[in-house]
Design a protein around this ligand. Structure first.
Ligand code: PHE
Length: 369
């Protein structure tokens, strides 16, 4: 037994030292390791065989087997390191699609739309002046958009606001009908729903006054719709912010002071404003408010068409009829209201020349702001 055992040991040694040295890759190396040192490996089994030998023989042969085990283990370790290094070297030397010298792909971060940014800026200023947030529906009734705001049924002032009406077929129709549309007026026979896309944010004034008691001070930002021919300064969809303040003895002076602070916070502390008489059915007196041209400081340039002023918003004192309509006694309460376009302010602040840019979602445009 010892003679054949020893012979086996030698042949394992001879075969595996050579085979391990010649192993081609880590997988091959692992197969060989399992074959010789694994739980049922050749050397493992041989070691187990020792128990059949006498104590004398075990004392002599045991250390031989352990020596071989150590030798093979260190051989495997060394070979594994060599193979890993060689593997890495080969990978690095093989031309590949991965070019570590290329700049990394940048992570594109989104941000608010420029209109949202201006809207936030404007509502923050108004919030500081005590105005609280209010909203209303985009699809409005004729009552809130016109009637309650003192637009009489056939008053030409309705034409100031080119309205998209909603017919019972849920088609959006315009009040600005072309000549040929006017002829036998089949559209006239179509039952109107009394619904329309709101042409301004003023209906929120009515909704808010209906649902609360004075005094109140609200701002109502949001989208509005008009049947406009689209060009560089007109869009069928745009945004307004409405302001409304109702209290005892509110005057034009309060309106002017509020708007002065609003415009100065928005455009700079030296901004001047002026009031021009105007007409809106829901305010009396009514005014068109201008700011001194931001580009020429009043000197006259192409932006202000040499006038030195930029038209900015509509405003006035709430008409007594409007107050009556919501059950406020005009003898006790008075108020001011204003409505300002967000697109126009944004264009002036950011130097944007064409309103259509806001709606095209061209990332090259948007990412500049
Ligand atoms: N609603 C008016 C418009 O869109 C603006 C306005 C609001 C005027 C409030 C006066 C008071 O033209």
């Amino acid at each position: 037994m010892p003679a054949s055992w020893e012979k086996n040991l030698r042949s394992i040694q001879a075969f595996y030292t050579k085979a391990l040295r010649e192993a081609k890759d880590p997988k091959n190396l692992e197969t060989l390791r399992v074959e010789v040192l694994g739980r049922k490996g050749k050397l493992t089994l041989l070691l187990k065989d020792l128990k059949n030998c006498s104590l004398e023989e075990r004392k002599r042969l045991g250390p031989l087997a352990n020596q071989l085990k150590d030798q093979l283990e260190s051989l495997i370790q060394e070979k594994r390191e060599n193979l890993t290094a060689a593997d890495l070297k080969a990978k690095l030397e093989t031309p590949s699609l991965f070019d570590p010298s290329l700049p990394g792909a940048s992570f594109r971060q989104g941000h608010s739309h420029p209109l949202t940014q201006t809207m936030n800026q404007m509502t923050e200023i108004l919030a500081q002046q005590g105005f609280s947030w209010a909203e209303g529906p985009l699809i409005e009734s004729d009552y809130y958009n016109f009637e309650a705001l003192n637009f009489l049924p056939d008053h030409p002032a309705r034409d100031m606001q080119d309205t998209f009406y909603i017919s019972s077929k849920f088609e959006v129709r315009s009040s600005k009908l072309k000549e040929e549309d006017q002829q036998p007026r089949t559209s006239h026979l179509e039952p109107r729903t009394g619904l329309l896309l709101r042409t301004h944010t003023s209906p929120v004034q009515i909704r808010k006054m209906e649902s609360s008691r004075p005094p109140l001070r609200i701002m109502a930002p949001g989208r509005v719709f008009r049947h406009e021919a689209v060009d560089a300064s007109h869009s069928a969809v745009f945004h307004q912010i409405e302001g409304l303040y109702v209290d005892r003895q509110v005057s034009m002076a309060d309106l002017k002071g509020t708007l002065q602070i609003f415009m100065q916070s928005l455009f700079g502390s030296s901004t001047e404003i002026r009031f021009r008489p105007s007409y809106f059915p829901f305010t009396e007196p009514s005014a068109e408010v201008d700011v001194q041209c931001l580009f020429c400081q009043g000197g006259g340039c192409t932006v202000c068409k040499k006038s030195g002023w930029l038209e900015m918003l509509g405003a006035g004192l709430v008409h007594p009829n409007v107050l009556k309509q919501v059950g406020y006694d005009p003898e006790t309460w008075s108020g001011f209201a204003f409505g300002i376009g967000v697109e126009r302010v944004t264009m002036l602040l950011l130097g944007i020349q064409d309103i259509r840019m806001f709606y095209e979602n061209d990332v090259r445009f948007l990412e500049q702001f």
